[in-house]
Design a protein around this ligand. Structure first.
Ligand code: FES
Ligand SMILES: [Fe+2]
Length: 459
């Protein structure tokens, strides 16, 4: 397979794609391929480094680490963030680990050199013992990493030639701006380590084709006819059946996502509407139910002070996608003024860090407080919501399976598994060290709703 012409121009490396719907198995375990990704993807792509709520005050900083590169993202002014390579300019000691609040800047724990928040050096211990040529102020400044913000998050990029963040996230960014994701606050944050390659973990959230087998509880079903095929109202018997099915789905998704996506408050609103009058025609009934529920959720949230967009206007302008991927490692899953959000980071060829946040526009209640650190759980912890527990259960088996000598390549559906194919094409563009001018339009063909068809990304 690998002797054939590469699909992506210039992709002259082992395991390059030769067609978009056939993914060589060793891309998920080969250490040399993993090293290529480390050197040519993760050094040149925008990465979600933290939620802005992690660093609300001037002087707050958080360490973002991926594949051995550590960056301190610091709030240096009310509206200004900076990123620094996490290494002392004396002998390289890391200046910060984890997170902290240092309004006066950073002090190295080894010999005590100090930096201001703006990255300028403030003090060298006993400077007279150095050759002054080594202590030029410019040379002692902390080395900067690009930081830009979008969607309630700070993002970093090690490549100074990469296009601006916002342009790199389209059409994902514009889609979510309309939903107000930048105004959402996090209600929960969990982290786990999954024993699988980062791309296998990512691909578990790029298609709904697995839902029927992996998450059968999520399929909208008619209690009366047993009908189960998405939300086609023709399969429902009567309005009561539609309302029952809708409530079932809301509760199951909420429970399955650990209270994220659909929130308890949305379910309460729906429960109060259960007895509303609906037309007998199932199509009209579903439409009326959806419209009324959206309006009611918005007006309740607004009454509590939330700046929630008009959910029905969003629906009619095509905001119907509940799982959206942003190349290479971030997701928003928006529903009713809430969203779950995922981030993944490779650790080793067969180990991946996965995080999930639940965020919402509903105002924080008295009980709620924004988590500043993730709660860590094993991937097989029974406390994960059912949906993620089901996804995580597949992944170790998938990793072991793709290493089987009897497995040569993944075979992708051209329609519903196209997001995976597009993701790999864009990846090969990075690994082939293509120019950003070529990569940018390719990114626009990858980031967005999942379940996309295979696209020609022009690479
Ligand atoms: S290594 Fe940081 S002050 Fe010496
Ligand atoms: Fe899933």
């Amino acid at each position: 397979m690998n002797e054939s012409k590469p699909l992506v121009e210039g992709a002259h490396f082992p395991l390059a794609l030769s067609r978009p719907d056939l993914i060589p198995a060793a891309r998920y375990s080969d250490p040399d391929f993993f090293a290529l990704e480390r050197d040519h993807l993760w050094t040149r792509t925008w990465q979600m480094a933290c939620r802005l709520e992690e660093i609300p005050r001037v002087g707050d900083w958080v360490e973002y680490e991926c594949l051995g590169r550590s960056v301190l993202v610091a709030r240096v002014g009310e509206e200004e963030l900076r990123g620094y390579h996490n290494a002392c300019r004396h002998r390289g000691t890391q200046l910060g680990v984890g997170r902290g609040h240092s309004p006066n800047g950073f002090t190295c724990p080894f010999h005590g050199w100090c930096w201001n928040l703006d990255g300028s050096n403030r003090a060298v211990f006993a400077p007279e013992v150095f050759d002054p040529a080594l202590l030029e102020p410019e040379a002692l400044r902390l080395a900067e990493v690009r930081v830009e913000t979008w969607g309630g998050c700070a993002w970093i990029n090690f490549d100074d030639r990469a296009p601006p963040l916002r342009a790199s996230l389209e059409p994902f960014a514009t889609y979510h701006d309309a939903l107000g994701v930048d105004r959402m606050h996090a209600e929960s944050w969990f982290e786990t380590i999954v024993p699988a390659n980062w791309k296998l973990v990512a691909e578990a959230f790029m298609e709904g084709y697995h839902a029927e087998q992996t998450h059968p509880q999520l399929l909208a079903r008619s209690a009366k006819s047993g009908y189960s095929a998405g939300t086609d109202p023709l399969g429902f018997v009567d309005p009561e059946d539609i309302v029952g099915s809708s409530l079932y789905f809301m509760r199951t998704l909420s429970e399955g996502m650990g209270g994220g996506m659909v929130h308890a408050r949305d379910i309460e609103v729906a429960e109060e509407l259960v007895r509303m009058d609906l037309p007998d025609d199932p199509v009209e009934a579903l439409s009326e139910w959806t419209t009324r529920l959206n309006d009611e959720i918005r007006s309740r949230a607004s009454a509590e002070g939330a700046d929630m967009p008009d959910l029905n206007a969003l629906l009619s302008s095509g905001h119907i996608h509940s799982v959206n991927f942003c190349f290479p490692h971030f997701w928003y899953l928006p529903v009713y003024g809430n969203a779950a959000s995922y981030r993944i980071r490779p650790i080793s060829p067969e180990e991946t860090r996965f995080e999930v946040w639940t965020t919402t526009l509903w105002p924080a209640g008295d009980q709620a407080s924004t988590p500043r650190e993730p709660t860590r759980r094993p991937h097989d912890d029974p406390n994960w919501g059912e949906v993620l527990r089901q996804d995580f259960a597949n992944l170790p088996r998938l990793q072991r399976g793709v290493r089987s000598p009897g497995f040569d390549a993944m075979r992708l559906a051209r329609g519903v598994e196209g997001t995976i194919a597009n993701f790999h094409q864009a990846l090969d563009g990075f690994l082939a060290e293509r120019e950003h001018a070529d990569l940018l339009p390719a990114l626009h063909g990858v980031s967005g709703p999942i379940d996309a068809p295979i696209r020609d990304l022009g690479l």
